[in-house]
Structures are given as structure tokens and as C-alpha cells.
Design a protein around this ligand. Structure first.
Ligand code: ADP
Ligand code: MG
Length: 327
């Protein structure tokens, strides 16, 4: 069974950034409004995520490290309209099989916390009491310490940190209502206050992507035929040093999708940004039944039921906005 977990880990857990993504998504699924992240050595030594979410009941704590113990899906219909970020019950057991793991948690109606540890081997253990505020702390040390072939493929601290930064940016951009603190090698990296509406969004753009971008964005908001596009695109005058300023979210989930990328690129090229890469942070919302988020284990790919409709909506919406900008 532990081998199965390690194989699954091969699909879901590629590098420290994949661990961070899964942990942050779990915190959001648990309704956290405040999340603290600690990273050491590009996540290779330590990734710790502490949240103030609803916590894990001690009965479920040992189970959370074993396979398919998701609490989020009860039926196949649920799978059709899944709104939570995680639903496979695969992440924690996978992480547990390839790292030294510590899970501490306390539910709102308990006056003590409990913890379990994993060391890469399959164990069932009774949770032991520990002092902990309501919420959950998950600590992942020495990723792939027991899978040398995978450990060897991890990159330098700087490179792994860049992947981690993208994960943090994506989560932070999609959830300005959640306070986020990040420490990198014990020094503060981000402190993002929680807020709502455009001004909170802009503040996050500024902290995460720089003021050059935040000062030159245009607000987009358009709704038609059950589709809603909102977010920000950079003005033509924006010139950037950062290579990758393209963020796309579908129903709150960061995605990389060829169809969406194509629609955006087409509209920019068509109107005025000929030959340049557009910079944007865009959110597409649609009926969850119109989109399959189950297409890929890491869940960054999506399939649309009516891809033509989505493509055209996106293209036309951006095209209209950009046309108005034309001198
Ligand atoms: P999934 O998110 O797909 O359900 P995971 O392996 O990521 O599976 O997590 C397993 C279960 O552990 C979750 O369904 C949830 O019940 C619990 N869990 C994990 N992290 C947290 C957290 N930060 N707060 C509360 N519960 C959590
Ligand atoms: Mg999860």
C-alpha cells in the first residue's frame, strides 16, 4: 500500500511547490481565513502551513494519512459539481509516503489539539494530545528523503523557490479575503492582509506582482450566457521585466489551458499588442457542470464542455475592451 502511495505521489507531488499547493488548498477547503507559511531551503528542508480552519477531528487524524480518506466527496453527483479544491483524498497520503510529516490539529469545539507523525512508512497510530490553537498545522520536512531518485531531480533552492512563489501568487490572487503570511528562511517574505473588492485585489497585485503592473492595469468585467470574466489586464504601455505575468483562474482555480491562452493571445494580437506577450490576471466563472477539473491529477488542466463557446466569449470580451483602447 505504501508503494501505491509513492506511485500516486509521483503524479501529484513533483516538487516542493506541489506540496505547498496541496497544503494551501486544504487550508482553504477547511475555511481558513488566516494562513501562515514557512519555507526553508526552497521547501526541500521544510514546508509548514498553519491555518485557522475547522481542523481535523482526532478520529480522522490517523486516517488522513491513509489512502482516499477525503471528507469532501460523498457521491458521484458530488464529483460532477465539486467546488472544493481537493476531492481525491490523495495528497496527504502521497506526501506522507515521501517525507517526514507532522500533522497537528484542533477542531473548534475541542479544547486540546492532537498530532500524528509520518516518516515515509505506513503506520496507523493513535493521535497524541498537543497544545495547538484551533486550526491545523502541517509540517513537511525533507521531501523525497526516502526516494533518492526523486530527491536528485530537485533543482537549486532558487529554482524551487520560484515554483513556490508562483503557487503563493496564484493562491493569494484568487483569495484576497484570506490573510496570508509567508516566511522564507525565517525572514518575512509576504504579509498580505485580508480584504474585499477591487481595492483589495489591487493591493495584492501590487504586493505580489509589483507596482509597475498594478499601476497600469485595466479592470475587466463582463457577463454573458452564463459566463463571467473579471480581472485585470495590463495597458499597452506596460513593459515588464518579469517573464511570466499571466494568471488565469477558472472557478477560483488556477489553470494553464491552451484554449484559454489562445483566446487571450488572439484578442491581444488582433487589436494592438502585436508580437508581444500580454500580461493579465483573469478570472472566468461558469457553471461547474460546464467544466471538468478532473482531467489531470495536479488539477491545473481543465476541459470545457462547450469549448467553442468559452473561447469565443473570452476572445470577444477582451477584443471589445482592447478595441476601446486603440488610439
Ligand atoms: P482531499 O483534499 O482531496 O480531500 P487530502 O489528502 O488533501 O485530500 O486531505 C485529506 C483530508 O484531510 C481532507 O479531506 C480533510 O478532511 C483533511 N484535511 C487536510 N488538511 C486539512 C486542513 N488544513 N484542515 C482541515 N482538514 C484537513
Ligand atoms: Mg487536498
Amino acid at each position: 500500500p505504501q508503494l501505491i502511495n509513492q506511485i500516486a505521489a509521483g503524479e501529484v507531488i513533483e516538487r516542493p511547490a506541489s506540496v505547498l499547493k496541496e497544503l494551501l488548498e486544504n487550508s482553504l477547503d477547511a475555511g481558513a481565513t488566516r494562513i501562515e507559511v514557512d519555507i526553508e531551503e526552497g521547501g526541500k528542508r521544510l514546508i509548514r502551513v498553519r491555518d485557522n480552519g475547522r481542523g481535523i477531528h482526532p478520529d480522522d487524524l490517523g486516517l488522513a494519512l491513509s489512502r482516499h480518506a477525503t471528507s469532501k466527496i460523498a457521491s458521484l453527483e458530488d464529483l460532477e459539481q465539486v467546488m472544493s479544491l481537493g476531492f481525491r483524498g490523495e495528497a496527504l497520503p502521497s506526501i506522507a509516503s515521501v517525507s517526514r510529516l507532522l500533522v497537528q490539529s484542533r477542531t473548534g469545539n475541542s479544547d486540546t489539539g492532537y498530532q500524528v507523525r509520518g516518516d515515509g512508512r505506513e503506520t496507523t497510530q493513535a493521535p497524541e494530545p498537543v497544545a495547538h490553537p484551533p486550526g491545523t498545522t502541517i509540517e513537511v520536512r525533507d521531501l523525497f528523503f526516502n526516494v533518492p531518485a526523486r530527491r536528485k531531480f530537485l533543482r537549486t533552492e532558487n529554482t524551487e523557490q520560484k515554483y513556490l512563489d508562483v503557487v503563493i501568487q496564484r493562491i493569494a490572487l484568487s483569495r484576497p479575503d484570506v490573510e496570508l503570511t509567508v516566511h522564507k528562511n525565517r525572514k518575512p517574505q509576504y504579509h498580505l492582509r485580508a480584504g474585499n473588492g477591487d481595492s483589495a485585489q489591487l493591493e495584492r497585485l501590487r504586493s505580489l506582482l509589483g507596482s509597475a503592473f498594478a499601476d497600469q492595469v485595466l479592470r475587466i468585467e463582463h457577463e454573458a450566457a452564463g459566463l463571467r470574466l473579471s480581472g485585470w489586464i495590463a495597458q499597452p504601455t506596460f513593459s515588464r521585466s518579469q517573464a511570466d505575468l499571466q494568471f488565469f483562474f477558472v472557478n477560483g482555480r488556477a489553470v494553464r489551458d491552451k484554449l484559454l491562452a489562445h483566446a487571450v493571445r488572439q484578442s491581444f494580437q488582433d487589436v494592438l499588442f502585436h508580437g508581444r506577450h500580454p500580461a493579465f490576471v483573469l478570472f472566468l466563472e461558469l457553471d461547474p457542470r460546464m467544466v471538468d477539473v478532473n482531467a489531470h491529477p495536479a488539477k491545473s488542466e481543465v476541459r470545457f464542455r462547450e469549448s467553442r463557446l468559452v473561447h469565443d466569449f473570452l476572445f470577444r470580451t477582451l477584443h471589445n475592451v482592447l478595441s476601446d483602447l486603440r488610439p
